[in-house]
Design a protein around this ligand. Structure first.
Ligand SMILES: Nc1ncnc2c1ncn2[C@@H]1O[C@H](COP(=O)(O)OP(=O)(O)OP(=O)(O)O)[C@@H](O)[C@H]1O
Length: 272
């Protein structure tokens, strides 16, 4: 556990609040494979929290538990003080949790704008029937959703490509569009699965800046999986380290860097 037990302000002036999400004694099995073994950790309001570890350590499985995609066989997920019952991922999304994927999951034939618009779906109240019956209200909602989406497109500096089909974009920009779509949901907790994977140095710098800006500007809490240790140590307030489904480290970047078990299992060995 990290030294910071109370709310605190980071060196760069960001406010970290109380516990937003608590993972308590989580165990997740796939048949005979134990992907997560009795892991507990928390995510605090406003922080950037990383999950690191070697391939197959269970990081994606953990992100999928947080997003409600997998239900652990044991343990509790506590969100803002309440135990979360087993629920479908779209219900979890409605609670304010959005994510991006390790392998980009966008609609390649659709424009950037339309892709980002799909991120608003959790906020749309009227639906198609309502739109037919109650045209005025649906139209107001559409205008509001458009404004939100345009705001995010400006924020992530993708105005110039807003009409471009996503399939034509280079990899780094697709990753940014995926971030835009997740942000369009106005999440309280944003989950990023390897946001830097496959990027060159310049693209990584851009993505790091956007992640920090999102956290700073919107106060969004962020949990991310990432293999680039330079990025992880620069961005994160605290880091959880997993190995073979177990938690072997948890703390500030400095604490984790000097943890011998973490060095032996991960930091001291070459990885992608
Ligand atoms: N849907 C699944 N069915 C069966 N086994 C799975 C499934 N998903 C993950 N596993 C297994 O669970 C373990 C943890 O996998 P997971 O993908 O969570 O690790 P990871 O740390 O995210 O790895 P990577 O860094 O390679 O993405 C592995 O042994 C993996 O083979």
């Amino acid at each position: 556990m990290s030294a910071q037990a109370e709310e605190y302000v980071t060196e760069d002036g960001r406010k970290i609040g109380g516990v937003m999400m608590e993972m308590k004694n989580i165990t997740l099995r796939f048949g005979g494979v134990v992907a997560i073994k009795d892991i507990s950790f928390d995510i605090r309001e406003g922080e950037i929290r990383a999950i690191i570890g070697p391939n197959g350590a269970g990081k994606s499985s953990m992100l999928n538990v947080i997003s409600g995609f997998y239900n652990p066989q044991e343990g509790d997920v506590i969100f803002r003080g309440k135990k979360r019952p087993q629920m479908r991922p779209y219900k979890v999304a409605q609670q304010g949790i959005a994510r991006t994927f390790q392998n980009i999951a966008l609609f390649e034939g659709m424009s950037v704008l339309d892709n980002v618009m799909t991120g608003r779906l959790t906020h749309m109240k009227t639906g198609m029937f309502g739109q037919a019956m109650w045209w005025g209200k649906a139209q107001d909602e559409e205008v509001y959703n458009r404004e939100k989406v345009e705001e995010i497109i400006d924020f992530l500096e993708i105005q110039a490509i807003r009409k471009t089909p996503v399939g034509r974009l280079p990899y780094g920009l697709k990753k940014r569009v995926e971030l835009a779509r997740a942000l369009a949901a106005e999440p309280k907790l944003l989950l990023l699965d390897e946001p830097m994977a496959g990027m060159n140095v310049e693209e990584k710098e851009d993505m790091s800046r956007f992640i920090l800006d999102v956290n700073d500007e919107f106060g969004t809490t962020i949990a991310l999986i990432e293999h680039d240790m330079g990025v992880v140590m620069d961005l994160s307030d605290r880091v959880v380290v997993m190995d073979y489904g177990k938690k072997i480290g948890d703390g500030t970047p400095d604490e984790v860097r000097s943890n011998q078990e973490v060095i032996d299992a991960y930091l001291g060995v070459a990885h992608d």
